[in-house]
Design a protein around this ligand. Structure first.
Ligand code: PEP
Ligand code: MN
Length: 363
């Protein structure tokens, strides 16, 4: 029996390659959120713990920063490496960082689980080749004016060195719009899905340039089927030494992670992991189910109110039968009898909660 997928995953025509960042898989059954401050700064271990508590699966740990202006904070450099080690030890999460030159890879490889090639470096072919030769997982950002073809050609520089552990990352492109820092190209997710089997991550932070817009762009990316998110998060955004305006708080990060989990639960096969992991997912599903039931109850009340006016009967047994039929196909593991009991419990309780039903009973 085939169950029609919800629209979100409908464009997936072939298997996406699974790429590992430490123990975390990108392109698999969940959508990991990579998060942390733009740059590693003095309080980094606390920042990493906050991101971990908010549900991040991988940490941003950029000790070297490619800044537009030479006077801007350029990162702690090698002095930040012990902070990466400590954050990795305390949270147990894998870490990614950006090399600016081939020699940085040699230093970073003992401290991080994947390399981030920034937008400004997408055309740096010696760096791409060195990242390929390292054998480390590479997250390759799209250059701010690069076409899909140029971006995939850059990925080929890594792959032809024998390294197929590559994740593409859309981070916004330069357009005539100036309100946002860049324009997030959501099309990239759908189009590249047809052009490559590499997983596609999205960085809504560098696209938006403003923390207020990051959740919307993150949700747009998730809805389009992104395989991972890369988000800048700081417990005290105004004090962030780099990209303060676009840093979201851990509270907002936690809502983005919850949304990602809910969408995964609706669109991907069930993931059976640790008891704690399963329980997190179960809690997320219960939240989503009851949120929807609350909405359903309001709709039932609206229907009952109109039926009352039109003096139509409260229950429509034929429609109830159709609902059981449809949902039994959605939930073959539960089977028709259980679905029948569940659906009738939902219908009964929603009717019971509707003020219009009691008015109908009196009438
Ligand atoms: C970053 O993610 O740290 C960064 C510098 O972003 P981008 O390369 O997309 O500008
Ligand atoms: Mn940044």
């Amino acid at each position: 029996m085939t169950i029609e997928p919800l629209l979100i995953s409908a464009t997936r025509q072939h298997e996406t390659r699974r790429v590992s960042i430490g123990a975390v898989e990108v392109g698999g059954d969940t959508v990991p959120v990579i998060a942390g401050p733009c740059a590693v700064e003095a309080g980094y271990v606390e920042h990493a713990i906050a991101a971990h508590r908010a549900g991040a699966s991988v940490l941003r740990g950029c000790v070297l920063k490619p800044r537009t202006r030479p006077g801007s904070f350029q990162g702690l450099g090698h002095a930040g490496l012990p902070l990466l080690d400590e954050a990795r030890r305390v949270t147990g999460l894998p870490v990614i960082a950006e090399p600016l030159a081939a020699e940085d890879i040699v230093v970073l490889r003992d401290h991080v689980d994947a390399l981030l090639i920034g937008a400004r470096s997408m055309h740096n072919t010696p760096l791409l080749r060195a990242a390929g030769q390292s054998g480390m997982t590479v997250i390759l950002k799209r250059g701010m004016s690069a076409t899909y073809d140029e971006w995939l050609a850059a990925a080929d520089y890594i792959i032809t060195e024998g390294n197929r552990q590559v994740v593409l990352c859309e981070r916004g492109i330069r357009t005539f719009e100036t309100a946002t820092r860049n324009t997030l190209d959501v099309s990239a997710i759908a189009v590249l899905r047809d052009m490559t089997d590499l997983p596609i991550a999205v960085d809504p932070s560098h696209a938006a340039g403003n923390a207020r817009w990051v959740p919307s762009l993150a949700v747009a990316a998730l809805a389009a089927g992104a395989d991972a998110l890369l988000v800048e998060c700081h417990p005290d955004p105004p004090s962030s030494l780099c990209d303060a305006a676009q840093a979201i708080t851990p509270q907002v990060l936690s809502r983005i992670v919850q949304t990602s989990l809910s969408l995964c639960a609706m669109t991907r096969p069930a993931v059976v992991g640790s008891v704690a992991g399963c329980r997190t997912m179960i809690d997320t599903i219960d939240d989503a189910v009851f949120h929807m039931l609350e909405y359903r109850a309001a709709l039932v009340d609206a229907v009952q109110r109109q039926k009352l006016e039109a003096t139509l009967p409260v229950r429509d047994r034929e429609r109830e039968h159709e609902i059981v039929d449809r949902l039994s196909r959605r939930a073959p593991r539960l089977g028709e009898q259980r679905v029948d009991r569940l659906v009738h419990a939902i219908i009964d309780e929603c009717l019971d909660a509707a003020p219009a039903s009691s008015e109908a009973a009196v009438a």
